[in-house]
Ligand binder design. Structure first.
Ligand SMILES: [Zn+2]
Length: 315
């Protein structure tokens, strides 16, 4: 009797154990499959992976003026300079070398007459791409802001909110050096813009944001990286002054406003040792990285924008 009942007990126990194994196996399988699916989804996420920004200074200035003019007048139809630029980029394949002088005037006239010039574009997908790519770069350049006039009164206006990275009134010179070869450490293209000026020239934040990195880097020397609040743009300022590179109020995580002094021009960098002047001519290296997805930050797929025409416009 005792033997039979313990046999039954053993059978029951085995059955329970087997069931537990089966259920946990099934649970693990489902978990593993879901993880695999989510990893695949991560890999296939759709986001912009390449951007070139080629509109020249003249085009940028004209498109911007039309936008500002329409916002500061009573006219009902507002012009969006990002749409103008995306329209022209789609029409000319992003190169702008076939741009004609009255292209922007014609676009604005059509919009004012209630027409939609964008509808005539053959490639709407390409237009949407440029709209997102250029929109990510220029999103917060124009808008409403307040300033104090000569009489000390606060005035509200619509216009250019972004600042030139070299403080107003300080001379500098520059040329289009984006993509030029650099050889310190390893051969690579120059993914920024150099603005030559004297040591100590104040460097200002182009846009609002927060300090993401601040300190020494063997290439950039004393450098500071500021991320915009929407996290999509990363402004990088490098080769700052030996001994006193940064504005004393700043630390990682601090918030900065467009136009705030963040540091001072120097010639530090190209050295493993900290606080060393190893750049021949003092200059600010300023870079703009676009981040459509966090996987693009600190990866071989970084997107950097040519700032030559942008800094000319901001000046
Ligand atoms: Zn540089």
């Amino acid at each position: 009797m005792y033997i039979i009942s313990s046999k039954i007990k053993l059978k029951k126990l085995l059955l329970i154990l087997f069931s537990i194994l089966l259920i946990s196996g099934a649970v693990f399988f489902v978990m593993y499959r879901n993880k695999k699916i989510s990893i695949n989804a991560e890999e296939n996420k759709k986001f912009i992976k390449y951007v070139e920004f080629n509109p020249n200074y003249k085009i940028l200035k004209e498109a911007m003026s039309e936008d500002i003019k329409s916002h500061n007048s009573n006219q009902d139809v507002k012009i969006d300079w990002i749409r103008i630029l995306a329209y022209l980029a789609t029409k000319y394949g992003g190169k702008f070398d076939k741009y004609k002088n009255n292209d922007i005037k014609n676009y604005v006239e059509k919009v004012k007459n209630g027409e939609n010039p964008e509808q005539s574009l053959e490639n709407q997908k390409l237009f949407n791409y440029y709209l997102e790519a250029y929109g990510t770069i220029l999103k917060d350049f124009l808008g409403e802001f307040e300033y104090k006039n000569k009489n000390g009164e606060t005035v509200k206006t619509y216009g250019l909110k972004a600042h030139c990275p070299i403080a107003k009134g300080y001379p500098f010179h520059h040329y289009n050096d984006f993509g030029a070869r650099r050889t310190f450490g390893y051969s690579r293209p120059h993914l920024g813009h150099d603005m030559f000026c004297s040591i100590g020239t104040p460097v200002v934040a182009v846009e609002d944001g927060y300090v993401e990195i601040m300190g020494w880097n063997r290439f950039g020397g004393w450098r500071i990286g500021i991320r915009t609040h929407d996290k999509k743009r990363y402004w990088y300022y490098a080769h700052l002054r030996k001994d006193k590179p940064f504005h004393p109020s700043l630390k990682e995580g601090a918030h900065v406003k467009a136009g705030d002094i963040i540091g001072y021009v120097g010639r530090t960098g190209y050295s493993d040792k900290e606080n060393v002047n190893n750049i021949k001519r003092s200059h600010l290296h300023v870079g703009l990285q676009l981040i459509f997805d966090e996987s693009q930050k600190d990866s071989p797929n970084e997107i950097w924008i040519n700032l030559y025409n942008i800094t000319k416009l901001l000046n």
